[in-house]
Structures are given as C-alpha cells and as structure tokens.
Unconditional design. Structure first.
Length: 375
C-alpha cells in the first residue's frame, strides 16, 4: 500500500499592512509548516518596501531552512489571483535538503559556477530573474544547459520598485532560484496566450530589431495584408492584441515566442519588434485572444492531467504573464480557477511576471505551470 505524502502547506492573503497579510497567510498555513526545508514566497510589489521586515518576521515565525521567491505586480494562489493588490503567497515544502540547492546572483554566464546539488548536476531548476540583467536570454539558456534535463521554469520579476528576489536572503539583479535532483518528481508545461493569424514568413533585410522585408516584400505591406492597414497604422490600438511570433528552432510542437510590435515606419515600410532578429529567421503575426488563450490553457491542463495520471499533486508553481489574468480570461480569478477546475484543489503559489521562463527561453503572454508530485 502506497504511503502518500501530504500536500505542501501554503497560505495567501491581501492587506495594505504587511503584518496583517502575513498573519492571514500563516493562519491559513497552520501548524504543518512550522518546520520545513524549502519555502516559496511571492510578494506584491506594493509591499516591496516592507520585504526586509517581512522576510525577517517570516523566518522568526517558521523554522524553514531555505526561502526563494520574488516580487510581482500580481500574485497567484490556488483559485485566487491578486492583481495590483497588496498581497503575498507562500508555500512550504519538505523536500529533503540533500535533493536541492539554492543559488543567487548569477549575472554572467561567463563567470557563473557549475550548478550542483551535492556533488551532482541538478535535474531541474526554478528561477527568478531581474529584467534589467544584461544578456538575460543567454543567461537563461546557459543555466538550463547546466541541468540534466536542459529544463528550467520561472519568471521575470514585475515591479514598480527595484525587483527584489529572495534566495535565502534578499538579492537584486541576475538570476536566483533553486535546483533539484532527479529524485524530486516534477512535471511542467507551458500555455500560449496568443494564436497565429497568418502563415510563416521569412525575414529578409534585418538590422537589430528592425524588420525590413518579409518574403522579399516590404515588411509593412505584409503586416497590412494580415491585420488591416487601418489597424496597423494605429499602433496604440493594435498594440494590445497584435504581436509578432518567432518560431522556436528544431521544435516539433510548433512552439514560438511572442514579442511586441514596437513601431512602424510608414515611409520606408519597416517595423520594429521587441527582439533582435537576423535575416533568414521565420516570423508570423499573431493575436491575443481570450477564447484561444482559454482553449490553450485547457489543452495544457488536460495534458498535465494525463502526465499526473492519478498521482497526488503535492504543490504547484504558476508563472503567468501580466498581460493575461483578468484582462484575458475575465474577472473573479478566472485563469486560476480554470487550473483548479481541471486539476483539482492543490496548493499553488506564483506571480504575474514580466516574462516567463520555460525550458531554456524567455516567453511572453504565456502561463507556465510546474507541479510537484508524490514519489
């Protein structure tokens, strides 16, 4: 007979006073989390100034050996999202310390040390990052290459403040997080929030983030054809739901990264996007649409449900884009409630990010769900 382990302890609350919010979350946590090995902590940027005092109080209240986390302009919890509210969410695990390693201040892939759990290369890692870090896509790719699976998940802190991270202590800049050995059972998947509206195009003339031609035609002519000239000329109107998608090379699932359409030059028929590109790359246009985002989230959840195959979910982490949430799925925590409705009630914490990390890339407008399973 299998001896199932308990779900992780978790709690969340909202209040302008961080002490009240922390007390509410700890009351929800209960006695189970008085001791633990690793805690995840996500705090609204509206409480960022109180983060040092909050973390100190949390460490005094709970005998938890390690903490990781960051700030976000929105906080995620089981069936509940706190968007632009002073809130926090925490989850305490009992994953053996021998099977994890906390790391921080990874700001250069040239000088960063090897990632290890004990004496072994880790299998997987959960990562938080600062958007102002130079060469961040390269850092993410390098960190993923230092795991056995080549897979990491996480998010870029979203804040109106300094973007503080937690990796046993408060840190700023670079990458921080926790690496796990292969003995920790984890499954993860990504859901896109945008859908293609046209075929793949080949980038011709390109410089930095400026696209000159697509399929040997002026880039703006192609954009006009697919989204309409009036909409394309009104960037302010189009910026909310017309984007550029760059297919991921050598990916048989048709995966792509979404980037913003930043500007157009109607005289030279150029367009600028939120990513450096090269001639020969593929590009397609896509739209942000609540209906297709919901369909893709349900697809991801059904896929995860099959992977879980009846095994108890001990806890989960969800990193969703700031452009999702209520604006895409509707009010009353619809996005988080969809997860609960498909996979059941389980401990979940996370935040709304300024970019989501999955596998070895930084995405936009996606939701990344990572589940910890019973062994």
């Amino acid at each position: 007979m299998h001896n199932f382990k308990r779900p992780f302890a978790y709690g969340h609350a909202s209040d302008p006073d961080w002490r009240v919010a922390l007390a509410g979350a700890l009351e929800m946590v209960g006695n189970q989390a008085r001791t633990g090995t690793l805690g995840f902590l996500y705090v609204s940027d509206l409480l960022e100034n109180a983060f040092p005092d909050l973390l100190m109080e949390l460490k005094q209240r709970l005998d938890v050996q390690h903490w990781i986390g960051c700030v976000g302009m929105g906080i995620c919890a089981t069936g509940q999202e706190y968007l632009d509210q002073p809130a926090l969410a925490l989850m305490v695990t009992d994953i053996p310390e021998s099977e994890l390693a906390v790391f921080s201040s990874m700001a250069s892939f040239v000088s960063s040390p090897p990632l290890q759990v004990g004496t072994k290369v880790p299998f997987f890692a959960v990562v938080h990052a600062d958007t102002s870090t130079p060469d961040l896509p390269d850092l993410v790719r390098d960190l993923a290459s230092k795991t056995q699976s080549g897979f990491i998940t996480g998010g870029l802190s979203s804040t109106r403040g300094k973007g503080v991270q937690v990796a046993d202590k408060l840190v700023h800049g670079g990458l921080s997080g926790v690496a796990f050995s292969e003995k920790v059972s984890i499954v993860t998947r990504l859901s896109q929030g945008c859908s293609p509206i046209g075929p793949l195009h080949v980038i011709g003339d390109a410089k930095s983030n400026i696209v000159g031609t697509l399929d040997k035609r002026p880039a703006l002519d192609v954009l006009y054809e697919e989204v309409g000239e009036i909409l394309a000329r009104d960037l302010q109107k189009a910026a909310g739901f017309i984007f550029v998608a760059l297919p991921v090379k050598n990916d048989d699932r048709g995966d792509y990264t979404v980037r913003n359409l930043i500007a157009v030059d109607t005289d030279r028929k150029l367009m600028a996007i939120g990513e450096y590109i090269e001639s020969g790359q593929s590009l397609m246009f896509c739209k942000r649409d609540g209906g297709t985002a919901r369909e893709d989230l349900l697809r991801m959840l059904d896929e995860l449900g099959k992977l879980v195959a009846g095994r108890p979910i001990r806890g989960g982490l969800y990193f969703s884009c700031l452009g999702r949430g209520e604006g895409l799925f509707g009010p009353d925590s619809a996005e988080l409630r969809l997860i609960e409705s498909r996979l059941g009630h389980f401990p979940l914490v996370g935040f709304f990010a300024n970019g989501e990390i999955s596998h070895d890339k930084i995405y936009g407008y996606t939701g990344v769900l990572t589940l910890f399973l019973d062994d």
